[in-house]
Design a protein around this ligand. Structure first.
Ligand SMILES: Nc1ncnc2c1ncn2[C@@H]1O[C@H](COP(=O)(O)OP(=O)(O)OP(=O)(O)O)[C@@H](O)[C@H]1O
Length: 240
C-alpha cells in the first residue's frame, strides 16, 4: 500500500502547552480517516500541520514520501463556515484563485456534482447553509487535490442536511479516490464515513479502529461507535 501522509514523532507546542505528543501515523492512498475527540484535544492542530499551514515543533510529516516543508500543494481544506465571498457569484467563488485554464467548465461540472448546477449565477446570500457548504466542497475540489481535509465541515448544519451532506461527501470521495481526513465531534459521523476512526485524547492518538466502512457490517459500526463513545467519555472523566 502507498502511504500518502506519514507522521513521524510529531510534537507541537504552543508556549508552555504541549498540544500534540509524539504522534506516529500513516494514511494510505484513497483512505478516509476520521479524527474525533474532545474540544481542545489537538485535532485541528493536526490538520493544520498536514495542510502545511503550521510546522511541527519536532518530528517530520511526509507527503508522498517527501518531507513537507511548505504548504501542502496536493491538499485542500474545507471548514465549518463556507467562507464564500458575498459579492461574487457562486461560480466565481468556486473558480476564485484557480490557475486552471478551463476554469468555468470544470467549476460547472463540480457544481453539478454537488447538485447545484442551477445556482452558478446566484450569490451566497441566496443559498441555504447546506448549499453554501456544497459550494465550499466544490471550491475545495477545484484544484483537483489528492487530499481533502475536512475540519468539522458539517458542524453547523441541521440533522437532515447533515445526513444528506455526509452521503454526498462519501460519494464524491469514493468517485475521486481522494485521501480524506475528517475532523468531527460526531462519533456516528466519524464511523459512518471513515475507513478508520481515531480518537484523539489529550494530544495522543488514544484509540484507532480499523476497517469500518469496508466491513459493511452494521453490528461492527454500532460496536465501533459505542467503543469510541465510551473511550471519549472515560477520557473526559480522567481529564477532570
Ligand atoms: N495558535 C495557537 N496558539 C496557542 N494555542 C493554540 C493555538 N492553536 C491551538 N491552540 C491550543 O491548542 C489546543 C488544541 O487546539 P485544537 O484547535 O487543535 O483542538 P481541537 O481538538 O481541534 O478542538 P476543537 O474540537 O474545539 O476544534 C487548545 O488548547 C488550543 O487552545
Amino acid at each position: 500500500m502507498n502511504s500518502v501522509i506519514r507522521l513521524d514523532n510529531i510534537c507541537k507546542t504552543y508556549g508552555e502547552k504541549q498540544v500534540l505528543k509524539n504522534i506516529n501515523f500513516d494514511i494510505q492512498e484513497g483512505e478516509f480517516v476520521s479524527f474525533v475527540g474532545e474540544s481542545g484535544g489537538g485535532k485541528t492542530t493536526l490538520l493544520r500541520l498536514i495542510s502545511g499551514l503550521e510546522k511541527p515543533t519536532s518530528g517530520q510529516i511526509s507527503v508522498n514520501n517527501k518531507s513537507l516543508t511548505d504548504k501542502n500543494e496536493i491538499a485542500r481544506v474545507m471548514f465549518q463556515d463556507s467562507r464564500l465571498l458575498p459579492w461574487m457569484t457562486i461560480i466565481d467563488n468556486v473558480t476564485f484563485g484557480s490557475k486552471n485554464k478551463d476554469v468555468n467548465a470544470y467549476a460547472l461540472t463540480l457544481l453539478e456534482k454537488v447538485e447545484l448546477g442551477d445556482k452558478s449565477t446566484s450569490y451566497p446570500q441566496q443559498l441555504s447553509g447546506g448549499q453554501k457548504q456544497r459550494v465550499a466542497l466544490a471550491r475545495a475540489l477545484m484544484s483537483r487535490p489528492k487530499i481533502l481535509l475536512l475540519d468539522e465541515p458539517l458542524g453547523a448544519l441541521d440533522a437532515l442536511t447533515r445526513l444528506k451532506m455526509q452521503r454526498l461527501i462519501a460519494k464524491i470521495v469514493e468517485e475521486s479516490n481522494l485521501t480524506t481526513i475528517l475532523i468531527t465531534h460526531d462519533v456516528q459521523e466519524a464511523v459512518q464515513l471513515g475507513d478508520r476512526v481515531v480518537a484523539v485524547k489529550d494530544g495522543h492518538l488514544g484509540l484507532i479502529i480499523d476497517g469500518i466502512r469496508k466491513s459493511n457490517d452494521r453490528n461492527y459500526s454500532t460496536e465501533a461507535t459505542e467503543t469510541v463513545q465510551s473511550f471519549i467519555l472515560s477520557a473526559s472523566e480522567e481529564i477532570k
